[in-house]
Design a protein around this ligand. Structure first.
Ligand SMILES: Cc1ncc(COP(=O)(O)O)c(C=O)c1O
Length: 385
């Protein structure tokens, strides 16, 4: 990977030491042309039907295909939603619950992966929240929690909090053995980690584009496996989700047979065109090369931090590790660490993990070892005070 060439695509890197892609990813400069073209035409040209059909809809379908390839799904299994959170809500709304059913989640999940289930308490659903032990949750923890009323296991592919990566293949196997749906929020892993929905037997997957997939806000992908597309009904309907969206005669509603049934109206074309450019960018660089670069950076980071007796509850290695690292300096609260880093133009997120305050650090493939070393230097200064 030619890092100096790549850095030209991320001009922000000249001004900031940005180690915060787990919060909001930086969009490569190559997106500008496509996004400018979209904005210019939208503002300066008449929105002729040809433009809508030949460009907006055509490119949207191409993007569906590109995203499907990323997770080894089929194009017809992908729909566009406004954000990751909406995907979880769709599932919570559409499954046919019985009083006494339960869902298993973990305390490494994001609030949007938990609130939609908790809200169903009034319909008799119990949410079991598995607690991590020093940042880890094992498949056996899920196995123990499962009972005959468990309907769903819902996890983040990669935890936003400490970067723990679930073994989705093992979870998928366990879920299928017990006739349970597996729901995955993949926003913190897609873009640098491989994911195969078939191999992992994932029933539903939801992922926004604005972090590691480096696209504008406004669109997220929602995958629903083919079999369930046939069995389930979307809780939201509109003209766009109909089998023929352009039949506006108020004939009886027939839903699309594809995942478009989850799209009641026009999606965010701007965000979709952004993700299309970023998916092409990622595929030009190669996912393996992106992943390798990120893991090298995170290893340098973790080794440097651990030499300074920093508490790092983020697993190493590709099996359970990721681009996300939580760091707590026992002698220094997170606010102070965050402020010291900010003073040096180093951008991270201030967070707490298991009651300890610290910072979350998330290098991407366009970051350099010098940038990671600069962060470690600040930790060193703080420990020597
Ligand atoms: C794991 C995880 N899921 C969901 C979200 C929120 O995504 P969205 O804004 O697309 O709903 C975040 C944001 O940080 C996250 O880390």
């Amino acid at each position: 990977m030619d890092i100096s060439r790549i850095r030209e695509d991320f001009p922000i890197a000249e001004r900031y030491n940005y180690l915060n892609s787990a919060a909001i990813g930086i969009i490569p400069k190559s997106n500008l042309e496509a996004l400018n073209k979209f904005s210019q035409r939208r503002i300066l040209e008449i929105p002729h039907p040809d433009l809508y059909h030949n460009e907006y809809l055509k490119l949207t379908e191409e993007t569906r295909e590109l995203f499907a390839r990323l997770i080894k799904a089929e194009k017809d299994e992908i729909s566009f939603q406004p954000n990751t959170s909406m995907g979880i809500n769709l599932i919570a709304e559409m499954l046919n619950w019985k009083r006494g059913d339960n869902v298993i989640v973990t305390d490494l999940g994001y609030p949007s992966g938990i609130y939609p289930w908790l809200r169903l308490k009034k319909r008799g659903l119990t949410t079991k929240i598995l607690k991590n032990r020093d940042g880890l949750i094992d498949v056996s923890d899920f196995e123990e929690a499962i009972d005959q009323n468990t309907r769903v296991i819902s996890v983040s592919f990669v935890s936003f909090a400490n970067g723990y990566r679930h073994d989705l293949e093992a979870l998928g196997k366990l879920a299928k053995q017990n006739n349970i749906y597996l729901v995955v929020d993949a926003i913190q892993g897609l873009g640098y980690l491989d994911l195969d929905v078939r191999k992992c037997r994932i029933d539903f997957l939801t992922s926004g584009n604005y972090k590691w997939l480096m696209a504008p806000f406004g669109a997220a992908e929602f995958y629903c496996c083919k079999k369930l597309l046939e069995e389930l009904e979307s809780p939201h309907v509109g003209w766009f989700s109909a089998r023929d969206p352009f039949d506006l005669t108020l004939s009886p509603y027939k839903r699309s047979r594809t995942a478009r049934m989850f799209e009641p109206g026009n999606p965010s074309f701007l965000s979709i065109f952004g993700i299309r450019e970023s998916l092409k960018y990622i595929s030009r660089l190669g996912m393996a090369s992106i992943r390798k670069t990120i893991f090298k950076l995170r290893n340098t980071l973790v080794e440097g931090l651990q030499e300074l007796d920093t508490w790092v509850p983020s697993p190493n290695g590709e099996r359970h590790g990721s681009a996300i690292v939580f760091a707590n300096l026992p002698s220094c609260v997170g606010e102070k660490v965050y402020a010291a880093l900010k003073k040096r133009n180093i951008v991270v997120s201030q967070r707490s993990f298991n009651g300890r305050s610290g910072v979350r650090i998330a290098p991407s493939f366009w970051n350099t070892h010098e940038e990671v070393e600069a962060l470690i230097d600040v930790f060193r200064e703080l420990t020597s005070k």
